[in-house]
Design a protein. Structure first.
Length: 266
């Protein structure tokens, strides 16, 4: 029963298809066929167009929502990146502190030292200073030597409850008694010069001092510990007829890039 009805429907559909094909072939301009084709196309296209526009609209809304989500994610990533950079900076400072502390203790195991962070740098009347974050509350005292590794940086000249001022060896008013790596028995006095280097004077003429000789603290006077490196000889400035020799000394540390210093407590 069902099989016969299916055959009948199939036959009717096929007959209609043959009829319109015949009409189309016999009369290309036949208006009824054309109108039927147009109506059929419009009927078929209308829902397609509707759903297509609906899809495009939903796609645009989805894109707008995605842009908002992307902006939020981008802001979150920027915040995370800033936190990572801050963490990296803190870890770098801690690493530098550990490395510098170990280096300092390696060269001067008998010194009691306390680390201090540099908070600022300023100059006044040919004198150069660091501001550090340690003061009276940390037992910091006047005239204590300040070092970095095996190098002399300066000494404490002012002390406040939570801060102190360090005058550097580049200051024209700060002098240090020194000796030389190649001639330990020779003595001289080094002091700041033009805020970039130091002059070395009062070196007896009978001693042969060479370029690139290291200049180290002698410990005379009891203010600065001995054997701290002040710099190296770069040029002789005195004439052969003078009783005392004079030299220019170049520091071996970069004062502009220092972040942590060590105050000698004993």
């Amino acid at each position: 029963m069902l099989d016969s009805k299916f055959k009948r429907i199939l036959f009717i559909g096929f007959s209609i298809f043959i009829l319109f094909w015949f009409i189309e072939a016999a009369t290309p301009n036949f208006s009824l066929a054309n109108n039927f084709k147009i109506s059929l196309l419009n009927f078929t296209y209308a829902p397609i167009r509707y759903f297509s526009n609906l899809y495009l609209g939903l796609t645009k809304i989805s894109d707008i929502l995605k842009i908002g989500e992307i902006k939020k994610e981008n802001l979150s990533l920027k915040e995370d990146n800033l936190k990572l950079l801050q963490t990296k900076e803190e870890l770098t400072q801690k690493l530098n502190l550990c490395v510098n502390w170990q280096e300092t203790e390696k060269f001067f195991p008998t010194l009691e030292i306390q680390p201090a962070e540099i908070k600022g740098y300023f100059s006044e009347g040919g004198r150069n200073y660091f501001l550090i974050n340690k003061g009276k509350n940390d037992n910091i005292q006047l005239n204590k030597a300040v070092i970095w590794g095996k190098y002399l940086v300066g000494k404490i000249v002012e002390v406040y409850p939570k801060e102190s001022i360090v005058e550097t060896i580049l200051s024209q008013k700060l002098a240090a008694n020194v000796y030389f790596s190649s001639t330990p028995q020779a003595r001289g006095v080094a002091q700041g010069y033009l805020e970039t280097g130091m002059t070395l004077e009062e070196v007896p003429a009978n001693f042969s001092i060479k370029e690139n000789d290291l200049v180290l603290t002698s410990g005379l006077g009891g203010v600065l510990p001995p054997h701290l490196i002040v710099g190296k000889i770069i040029k002789k400035t005195s004439s052969p007829s003078e009783v005392f020799q004079k030299f220019l000394v170049e520091p071996l540390i970069d004062f502009d890039n220092l972040e942590i210093l060590f105050v000698v407590m004993n």
